[in-house]
Design a protein around this ligand. Structure first.
Ligand code: ATP
Length: 343
């Protein structure tokens, strides 16, 4: 097990800055997620930790030791990519055993370790198959077992679940988390999927344009977004951001309810919503609408659980209420969070 320290890391490709002065400290045994949209630099950062990309400047330390000059195989890291890159002509057993063979380990020890790794992922019965005879989920498990077999100090995972269908993905996420908790290996995980990040992470670094915009636990990031980018990136649907004077008001869709069913303890604040569409999703409904003129007719969404049975007609106005405490405020010029401020 090991800590990972990223200090002042910058990566320039030609004139573009893929990573722009990132500082992070990943604790021993932590499940740490780099979250951000496509192109934000998260994969580049992971590749720099792995040693397959050199930073333009900055230092990477693994277990307290500077590894900038070390090749990937000397860093005690194991990386799993989105495309698992299994060896197609080798059996599952051979695929898992391969990293140990390269290390020159004895046959018996290899057999034991490969079988143990396969057992951890429940793929012992597949050891004689070739990758083409496996489902996507099974291939993914083989790739993880192959990464695990070397007993790395750090796992580096780059969207390892993105080839799986939604159902399998949820199951694989659960499996991965349980495994990580059991073996306790420090894990750095890259994804653009906020649900995945929220479900897996001890802490998340939200990245945008090569920089870390916010670092915190899933709850800190969701409840107290540091800026409008983070506010608008997390949540499904994300936070409503409504410009008003020199502030931007942030309202989570699930905090808005029709006035008549408001049961909050705190001071209520109400908005007139002109309902434009209602989306029925079984366990919940998403109400789409536009606000009054004084809010620039901004779009707003409310997410109502199925126990709220109030009906809505398209094109009609309804009053929606939120507890004042749940409202967030951002500076319109800097887009950074500001302390609570009355409307
Ligand atoms: P995705 O989720 O799409 O993989 P990402 O957040 O992982 O995105 P990176 O792959 O790290 O983003 O890329 C960050 C930026 O650096 C992008 O603008 C990308 O075009 C650029 N980039 C990445 N690799 C190279 C390269 N080898 N040469 C030039 N530019 C690159």
């Amino acid at each position: 097990m090991a800590t990972v320290e990223i200090q002042g890391i910058t990566k320039q490709f030609g004139t573009g800055q893929a990573v722009d002065g990132v500082d992070l400290f990943v604790n021993d045994g932590e499940f740490f997620v780099l979250l951000g949209p496509s192109g934000c630099g998260k994969s580049t950062l992971l590749r720099i930790v792995a040693g397959i990309e050199q930073p333009t400047c900055g230092e990477v330390r693994i277990g307290g030791r500077v590894v900038n000059e070390l090749p990937p195989q000397a860093r005690q890291v194991a990386m799993v990519f989105q495309s698992y890159a299994l060896y197609p002509h080798m059996t599952v057993f051979k695929n898992i055993a391969f990293p140990l063979e390269v290390q020159g380990m004895g046959r018996e020890a290899i057999g034991q370790k490969a079988k143990k790794a396969a057992a951890m992922f429940g793929i012992e019965h597949l050891l004689d198959r070739k990758p083409r005879e496996l489902s996507g989920g099974e291939r993914q498990r083989v790739a993880l077992a192959r990464a695990l077999v070397r007993e790395p100090a750090v796992f580096l995972l780059d969207e390892p679940l993105s080839n799986l269908d939604a159902k399998l993905r949820t199951a694989a996420r659960e499996e991965l988390l349980l495994l990580q908790r059991r073996i306790g290996t420090t894990t750095l995980y890259v994804t653009h999927d906020q649900m995945e990040a929220m479900g897996l992470a001890d802490r998340i670094a939200v990245m945008h344009a090569g920089r870390v915009r916010q670092l915190g636990t899933p709850q800190e990031i969701y409840d107290e977004p540091a800026d409008t980018f983070v506010a608008g990136f997390l949540g499904s649907p994300p936070m409503n951001l409504v410009a008003h004077g020199d502030v931007i008001i942030g309202l989570r869709p699930e905090h808005l309810v029709p006035k008549e069913v408001y049961r909050g303890q705190g001071k209520p604040v109400s908005f007139q919503l002109n309902v434009t569409r209602v989306e029925y999703l079984g366990a919940e409904r998403i109400i789409y609408g536009t606000l009054e003129e004084k809010f620039g007719n901004a779009h707003m969404l409310a997410r109502l659980s199925s126990d709220i049975t109030v009906s809505f007609l398209q094109g009609r106005r309804y009053e929606f209420t939120i507890e004042e405490q749940a409202m967030k405020y951002f500076d319109r010029a800097t887009e950074l969070k500001i302390r609570t401020r009355p409307l």
